[in-house]
Design a protein around this ligand. Sequence first.
Ligand SMILES: Nc1nc2c(ncn2[C@@H]2O[C@H](COP(=O)(O)OP(=O)(O)O)[C@@H](O)[C@H]2O)c(=O)[nH]1
Ligand SMILES: [Mg+2]
Length: 446
Amino acid sequence: MFDSLTGKLQNVFKNLRGLGKISEDNISESLREVRMALLDADVNFKVVKDFLDKVKTKALGQEVIQSVHPGQQIIKVIHEELVALLGSSNAELELKQSPASLMMVGLHGSGKTTSSGKLARWLQKQNRRPLLVGADVYRPAAMDQIEKIGQQLNIPVFIKKGETDVLEIARLAQAQARALNCDVIIFDTAGRLQIDEPLVQELVRLRDLVKPEEILLVVDAATGQEAVNVATHFDQALSITGAILTKLDGDARGGAALSLRAVTNKPIKFGGVGEKLDDFEPFHPERMASRILGMGDVVSLVERAAEAVSEEDARKLEEKMRKGQFNLEDFLEQLRQIKKLGSLESIVSMLPGGGEMLKGTDLSRQEKDFAHMEAMVCAMTLEERRQPGILNASRRKRIAKGSGVSVAELNSMLNRFNQMQQMMKKLSKFQKAFGRMGGLPPGLMR
Ligand SMILES: Nc1nc2c(ncn2[C@@H]2O[C@H](COP(=O)(O)OP(=O)(O)O)[C@@H](O)[C@H]2O)c(=O)[nH]1
Ligand SMILES: [Mg+2]
């Protein structure tokens, strides 16, 4: 996400960090580089100018100049201003009526249908009862697409093939929502390659009929500042209540994300981070700013982990590690949990400096390693997983054959597992020693 921008800003920070004394002269070069980085990321030029004016005023202010590490302070100022630019805090959905209506609007291909599904799933997790409505009457395939998404999620979908009047669909959908006792209706509307008057008129009529509490503009993060024109246009016509920024997992330059809020003054409420229906998160300006500046986003990572792994499982696992009872079955479980967190690349990129770390490395090899390990453990019997000690030559041969690897590869995996087990035992002893001294907080060794 925004790799190129992050890389450039980190370079600027390297120079800033060392500065002992701040003057207009010695920061002007750094600020110029920040400006270039933002413009290269296709951020709207006016947004860039306002941003830098604010940063400069603060950077030359008393608070920074008199601080012990002025260079660090400037980095902090840039972070703060970036958070403000992205909207300060997470903007929640306003869905008070029951059923509440929500319209998804945006250009063709921006991700409306996918995001409708993702949002429905997210709402379902918040104990809401969503109804998805296929209100894109121009493409029959769109109806099939949303129907399939609904089936996948086990969420009801209303479609009426052959019906070309969106208002009729809306009325029938509202009746359906009441019949099914749904409390949120999500209207997935039609898009165009470019915004045009007939489309806008249709959306306006739909809005006037269903009176949605939320009208979310779906924007592809890869569109850059062109997104700003689209957003302005939609906002003038419909008065949107917020935006969903999709495809943040791609190599977007960042222009749309950084310009959208400042230009429309409407909050970005969610972000799409992948093609899967779970790849969706509330948009947190603070976390996004940290990611853009290469400071990582540990908070979101921990949240993802908490969703994938229950506290109970984590506790049990820790106990096993502590007692040296961690076996291959647990190992398999671990491998699967890591997979649930997302790709290795997405995990590492959320760690501070992770983007830097990833430069030039290809994690797909490690991912393949993981897949091989999983295959090897899967080819073992339960007994073998619990007591790897019984793995003699003939058993090893069978397992290697069953998982499509050589015996040497299997041996190497088992050796590594052994080392890991030893390490865990040592670590837990270490932790116990510290525990007696009242030192290290529990859980730190996890
Ligand atoms: N990688 C990625 N792909 C996405 C994301 N959101 C949507 N897509 C893809 O973008 C394409 C267009 O999405 P769709 O929902 O059909 O767009 P619509 O025309 O606005 O309804 C599809 O291939 C989606 O899988 C996202 O957050 N990340
Ligand atoms: Mg669609």
